[in-house]
Unconditional design. Structure first.
Length: 129
């Protein structure tokens, strides 16, 4: 079957097109997948799941229409993490920063994002897309 856990933290075994290894009609994305190609194993974040969903939806349409599918290539997204009440962490590639100022920046970004959602101004390219 293709759903067994192949590696620690794994999940559904998928190919470069996010198709289940044993069934080309089943696709997977997010933290429930384990790509067979180690070069496309993304960090398990919501941002990467959104990137996968875009490729996955394109590939489902391409499969149904008999067109060429796109390979998933992970994007090295930056992300902010709350670490306790007053501490934050920023990660981008090999850069990692921690501190109170990072937590404050994360809070400002989240408030701005929510404010834009309320105003109906969700931009295509924002910190979460």
């Amino acid at each position: 079957m293709g759903g067994e856990r192949a590696l620690p933290g794994g999940g559904m075994l998928v190919n470069d097109y996010l198709q289940l290894v044993n069934d080309e009609h089943v696709f997977g994305a997010g933290d429930c997948i384990c790509p067979i190609n180690p070069k496309i194993t993304p960090i398990k974040t919501a941002q990467n799941a959104v990137d996968m969903a875009k490729v996955l939806s394109y590939n489902i349409d391409a499969l149904l229409r008999g067109k060429k599918m796109k390979k998933y290539l992970p994007i090295n997204n930056m992300f902010y993490i709350s670490v306790g009440k007053n501490m934050g962490m920023y990660v981008f590639g090999n850069t990692v920063r921690i501190g109170k100022e990072i937590k404050a920046k994360k809070d400002i970004l989240e408030l701005s994002y929510v404010d834009n959602l309320r105003k109906g101004k969700l931009l295509e390219n924002n910190i979460y897309c």
